[in-house]
Design a protein around this ligand. Sequence first.
Ligand code: NOJ
Length: 539
Amino acid sequence: METKKDWYKDAVVYQIYPKSFCDSNGDGIGDFKGIISKLDYLKDLGVNTVWISPCYPTPDKDNGYDISDFDNVDPKFGTMEDFEEMLEEMHKRGIRLLMDLVVNHTSDEHEWFKSAIQGKDAKYRDYYIWKDPVNGGPPNKWGGDAIGGSAWIYDEKSGQYYLHVGFHYQPDLDWENPKVREEIANMINRWFDRGVDGFRCDVINMISKDFDAPHPGDGPRLHEFLHELYEKCFKPHNAFTVGEVWDLPPEDSLMLTHPDRGELTLAFQFEHMRVGREDGKRFYPAEFKPHDFVDVLAKWQKGLNGEGWNALCMENHDQPRCLNRFGNTGKYRRESAKMLATLLYCQQGTPFLYEGQELGCINPIFHTLEESIDIESCNNQDILVKKFGVEETLRRFSFDSRDCGRVPMAWDDSENGGFTTGKPWIKLNDFYKDINAKNELAAADGVYGYYKNLFKVRAANKTLMRGDFELLKNADGEVVFRRFLEGEKDVYVVLNYSEKKIKVNKPCKGGKLMLSTHQRKRLDENMTLKPYEAMIVEA
Ligand code: NOJ
C-alpha cells in the first residue's frame, strides 16, 4: 500500500462489528472468513478503510471492549492466520485496516490484572490504579457503571480500592507508570508489524486523570502520553488514528488532533448525537429538531476549519440507527437515508459509516426485557421500569439501546438474514426480510446504490474532498450549504430536511446537477423539493 501522508483525508471508513457482520462457520457469531467473503461488497460501495471493533481475546462481557490479551485474536473470530489472510485480502483490494485500541483499561481477566489483584507486592500491581480508602470510603466521588455506585472497587484482601471508569470488570491501567506506557507502545508496534494501518482509540481522553477533578479524563498528562505514542508508534508508521472522546468543544478537540501537535489524526465529536435526547441522555428521548442537528454539525465545520479535520459519523456500535434518531423509518426511509448521507458526507471531513447504514437499516424492536442484552441497558433497566413501566422501557430500548445497531447484518431475506446458518448470538432485526443487502442492491431507488454514487461523486470532486464549508440556510426544513476551494468550482448542497414539500430557489447561477436523491433531471430557478429530497449542484 502506498503511504501518502494525508491518506486519512481520502479515506471512506466502514466500521465492522465483527460479532454481527457475517458468520462463515455456523456458530452464530461473525468471523474473519465471513468478513473476507464481503470485501468485494465493501470495495464496490467505495470503502477504502475498515475499522474493526475489538477482535482480541475477551471474556466478552462488553463485546470485546474488555480485552484479556492484547496480542492475539479471539478464537471465535478465527485464528491469527485467518486474521492475516483477512488483512492481506483487504490490502489486495486497496482497503486499509484500523484496529480498535482499547488501552484505558483491560478486562479483569487479563493476566496483568489477575496478578495485580494478588496483593500489594504482585508483579503487575502497579499496572493498575490502587488507592487507600479516604475517610473509610472510596478515594473520590467518581461514579461507576452501577447507577449511583462508585468507580472504585474495594479489594478486601489488600484493603485498597482499584479504579474502573468503564464497566466494573474493566479496571483502568495506570498510565502514570512508564512500564505500562512502554508495554502499550510495544504492543501497538507489533500490530503495525503485522500490517495494520491505524487505530480507533477507545475512550482515549481517559488515560490521564486528575483525581481531584469532578470527572475522570482529560487529565494533565493526556497530551504528553499521546505525543509519546505518536512519536514511538503512529508517526513512524504514517498511521491514521481516530480518538473516541466525548464532550470536548472544538478548540479542545483541536489540541488532540492539530497536525502540528503530533497526537491523533482525528477525534470523533458526538455533540450532534445528543440532539433529540433530554439533556443529551440516552433512553430519554426529546423532540428532535433538524435545525439544531444541522447547527451542531455546522458549528464543528467552522470550529475545525483550516486547522483540523472532521470525522463525519452518525452511527456506530454504541448508537442506534440514524434513521430512528434523525430521519424517518417509515414511508420516507430510503429518502431520509439518502438525505442524511448527503448532509453528512458532503461536509468537510472523513466519512465513517457503520455496517448496515448503507442499507438504510432501522432499529429492531425489543419485545421483551430478555431480548435486550447490552450491559448498559441492563444497568438502566430497573430504574426505567420503575419510572415508566415495562412497555415504555422496551419502547426506549427499541429507540436508543446500544443493541439497536448490534443485531446481525441482514444480507438477504433467507433464514437469519443470510448472516449465519446457526443460531445468532443476538436477536435478528425484525425487519430483515424487507431491509437487507440483496433487496437494497436490487432496488432501483435502493440506499446502497445512492451511497455508492455519493462516494463516487465525492471522490471525483476536489471541492467536496477538500473544500471549506459555509452554511447558507437552515430554516423550515430548507438546508443549503456551500463548499468552496480556490481554483475550483463551488459546490452547493440543497436539502429538504422535512416531510413536507418545500419551495427552494436554485442555489447559484447556471449550475450543474451532480447528484439527486430523486432522479431530478434539471435545475430550475424555483423548485419544489419532495420530502427529504436532496441534491448536489456544481456552480
Ligand atoms: C467505548 C466503546 O465504544 C463502548 O462500546 C465500550 O463499552 C466502552 N468504550 C468501554 O470500553
